[in-house]
Design a protein around this ligand. Structure first.
Ligand code: ASP
Length: 324
């Protein structure tokens, strides 16, 4: 008996394994009227480039871990965002950065808090995961470990931008500690990425300069596993952005995963519940990006906007967006 050839498009469809990648560049009071057309174009270009940097890895068969690190590095290197180069200033007029990375197969994680002058905190977080025997290192100890591991440092000037300095001056004037995109005229953000690779493994990464004018060695949610960053193959990978204090108190990232794992909720339902209900109970403002093992992506936020980009070959979705 002769068999009919399978149409090429169908063959491609059944052979393709789902891969997915999403990123954020922070959330907050991001209104169209406060962003010029050229600024909007610059953000969209930066978000697209970072997405492309990670997607190339996933398409080539690399791990989700490699893809999220590459995506976040691209955003850390871009002065538009509050991570790596372009991080906000602390009250002392310096940069103290936090970052975390996690993979979902073995739930290995690495994080750094309050590190200074490390060019790419996300790569230091990955090195902590792979070579320190610990999960979270902070301050001088983390920097000593970074030097031992040959992690690149930069001069303080590398991280500084005029816009960030203006933000600090404004925050000092109001004696406020400010999420970077909060005042209407400010438009920068913490960064993060989540990915699903061809092996079905998930990973998440988050990197930030934290809050403008922060003091006393304040650490946000980004490097806290289960709060700002989490990945578990049984449920999802999550990276958050928003006021860190409420995200820590609400264990946001783990809560999304736990709802899926324990209540059987879908990614969309679990994430929406945490951002639009649980977080609001403690006046938490912010958003998250998350991906599950089937290649579904969700990007909920309860602020006016969130810098974001995503791509999944599950449903061929692909986009870049800023406003709600
Ligand atoms: N979550 C970050 C922090 O509290 C801030 C942000 O998302 O922009 O450090």
């Amino acid at each position: 008996m002769r068999t009919r050839p399978i149409p090429a498009t169908f063959t491609t469809h059944i052979m393709e394994k789902p891969i997915a990648l999403a990123l954020h560049g922070g959330c907050g009071t991001i209104l169209r009227q406060n962003l010029s057309a050229s600024e909007e174009a610059a953000y969209e270009a930066a978000l697209s480039e970072a997405l492309e940097a990670g997607w190339r890895h996933l398409e080539g068969g690399a791990s989700a871990l490699i893809a999220v690190e590459a995506t976040v590095r691209a955003l850390e290197d871009c002065p538009l965002f509050n991570a790596g180069r372009g991080s906000v200033f602390t009250a002392a007029g310096i940069h103290e950065m936090d970052a975390a990375i996690m993979e979902g197969l073995h739930r290995r994680a690495g994080a750094v808090a309050g590190v200074r002058q490390v060019r790419n905190p996300i790569s230091l977080a990955r090195t902590v995961m792979e070579h320190s025997g610990f999960v979270l290192l902070c301050g001088e100890g983390a920097e000593t470990f970074a030097r031992e591991q040959g992690i690149p440092f930069e001069e303080a000037d590398y991280f500084a931008t005029e816009a960030r300095w203006r933000q600090l001056v404004a925050a000092r004037g109001k004696a406020a500690v400010v999420m970077d995109h909060d005042p209407a005229e400010v438009k920068f953000g913490t960064v993060g990425a989540v990915a699903l690779d061809q092996e079905g493994n998930l990973a998440a990464a988050t990197s930030t300069g934290g809050l403008t004018n922060k003091r006393y060695g304040r650490i946000g949610d980004s490097p806290i596993i289960g709060s700002g960053t989490y990945a578990d193959n049984r449920s999802c990978a999550v990276s958050c952005t928003g006021y860190g204090e409420e995200f820590i108190r609400s264990t946001v990232a783990r809560d999304v995963a736990a709802r899926m794992e324990l209540l059987g909720e879908s990614l969309d339902i679990a994430a929406a519940h945490v951002i639009h209900e649980r977080l609001l109970e403690v006046n938490g403002s912010g958003g998250l990006i998350a991906v599950d093992g089937a290649g579904n992506i969700t990007l909920p936020f309860n602020t006016e906007g969130m810098y974001r980009a995503w791509r999944s070959n599950k449903d061929n979705s692909h986009g870049v967006a800023i406003f709600s």
